[in-house]
Write a protein that binds this ligand. Structure first.
Ligand code: ZN
Length: 481
């Protein structure tokens, strides 16, 4: 069965087909750079990183774009609070974004467009909307006229008239209502306020609204129509609905074939929100938990369902990660001892595991089903590890066992789970080549005397210094790292 993806636009799972054979154009809405990103954002970034990795594993060439919103009221407020510039705030949190997402092993996007670098494209798009009767200027602002766009509401399934009935209290910006023709019209361009960064435009000095950025950046980096547009469920309305209205009014083409949205993160049973004060920043979380344990925690739930963030859940994920991590480190621990080669046979994989993994992932990215396959492989390796340590032998032939390990390593990589030796394990011990050779001779002597405990001790000692041993017929080779 081919890959099926739940499409928010059609509200059903559909077979995944790309506009251009073998190529995927994918856009994920990124951060507004005024703070460290929270665990809700992290969920989206991890999920869509897995989507991207899986498509790459299937053989697609994926062009992945994620933006930075570097102009926004929130950034401006923060700059005023701290007595600095909007640019300084944005730079700080963009840098922090890279630090935190690198720790989570999220692949870097092909391009990270920024709103302030896309001003020309934004102005061009607003101009086209105005020409075609979808936008109007009002006291230095420019608004999108939602009632001009017949399809407005098609993504979220909302109808303007129904929304209006219960709209009281939902209109956030009081001073805009005077300038708008309709309550649901939204700003494409905002007139400059004193002291704010501003750009020249046909409508006077000002700055772009939030929604128009993404429409302009998608168009600039990926073209009129893309394969996947993704983000958190909170972006479905109004942000993505507005993106569709802006882009499709001008291009008359679907902005995206597939719209993907991930579910919310709840904190101890309640929706995570700033007003409830139960907000967790990813950076703070990673002080307590291994980034891979957190990644595993996110992947244990289906991406469209809400996920309940609890200490117990994270502890369980940390235990699960330990099992997979040990499996992944099996090669560096025992590979040489088992005579594993890096030859052709390494390419052989456990076909049943691959097939199960693929079946799970093809079903709208059922990552918990995919993880079950990884756990099975990791448990095989754990059992063999115990046999090896206690009885000096394995029940699965070493070459076959290597296939288990290789399959685990490959599938873990598709989910972005990466085992790294801890800092102590990788710190260079300062052993000289001569010292290493001496230790190897001592180990050889111990082995000849069948003093395997001593031989293992030396081997472990070297391993702790980041030195890998490869036992061969003609003697032992070694390399650093
Ligand atoms: Zn966006």
């Amino acid at each position: 069965m081919p890959l099926a993806i739940y499409n928010t636009l059609t509200r059903r799972k559909e077979p995944f087909e790309t506009i251009e054979p073998g190529k995927v154009r994918m856009y994920v809405c990124g951060i507004t750079a005024y703070n460290y990103f929270h665990v809700g954002n992290a969920r989206a970034f991890i999920i869509f990183d897995v989507v991207r990795r899986y498509l790459m594993w299937l053989g697609y060439q994926v062009r992945f774009v994620q933006n930075f919103t570097d102009i926004d009221d929130k950034i401006l407020n923060r700059a005023v609070q701290e007595g600095t510039t909007m640019q300084a705030i944005a730079e700080r949190y963009i840098e922090a974004y890279f630090e935190d997402s690198d720790r989570l092993n999220i692949l870097r996007a092909d391009v990270y467009p920024r709103a302030t670098h896309t001003i020309d494209g934004i102005k061009r798009l607003i101009h086209e909307l105005e020409q075609q009767g979808f936008a109007y200027a009002s006291e230095g602002d420019v608004y999108y006229a939602v009632r001009q766009f017949a399809d407005y509401g098609k993504l979220s399934g909302r109808k303007l008239d129904e929304m209006q009935a219960g709209a009281s209290g939902r209109v956030e910006v009081e001073d805009e209502s005077e300038k708008k023709k309709d309550l649901f019209d939204f700003a494409l361009w905002k007139a400059a306020k004193p002291g704010e960064p501003a750009w020249e435009s046909p409508w006077g000095e000002g700055r772009p609204g939030w929604h128009i950025e993404c429409s302009a950046m998608v168009r600039q980096e990926l073209g009129d129509s893309i394969d996947i547009h993704a983000g958190g469920m909170d972006l479905q309305f109004p942000h993505h609905e507005n993106e569709i209205a802006q882009s499709e009014a001008v291009t008359h083409k679907p902005l995206a074939r597939f719209w993907m949205h991930n579910g919310f993160v709840n904190m101890d049973g309640e929706k995570m929100s700033k007003s409830l004060g139960n907000f967790r920043l990813t950076r703070d979380l990673l002080k307590e938990y291994d980034p891979m344990a957190f990644r595993l925690f996110i992947l244990q739930a289906h991406y469209r369902k809400p996920i309940d963030f609890t200490a117990e859940g994270l502890e369980a994920a940390a235990n699960g990660w330990q099992t997979i991590k040990e499996g992944l480190l099996f090669e560096s621990e025992f590979g040489a001892q088992l005579g594993w080669t890096s030859g052709e046979s390494v390419g052989t994989k456990i076909e049943t595991a691959i097939a199960q993994f693929k079946t799970a992932m093809d079903d709208d990215f059922n990552t918990s089903g995919a993880l079950a396959v990884l756990f099975d492989l990791a448990k095989d390796l754990k059992r063999e590890r115990n046999l090896l340590v206690h009885e000096g032998t394995t029940s699965i032939a070493p070459a076959e066992l290597q296939h288990h390990w290789h399959t685990l390593a490959e599938l873990a990589d598709v989910l972005g789970l990466k085992a790294e030796l801890t800092a102590e394990e990788t710190t260079p011990g300062g052993l000289s080549d001569a010292e290493i050779e001496t230790l190897l001779e001592e180990r050889q002597t111990a082995r000849k005397a069948k003093n395997f405990a001593e031989a293992d001790r030396i081997r472990n000692l070297l391993q702790e210094q980041g030195i890998t041993l490869i036992d061969q017929a003609g003697g032992t080779r070694w390399h650093r790292g």
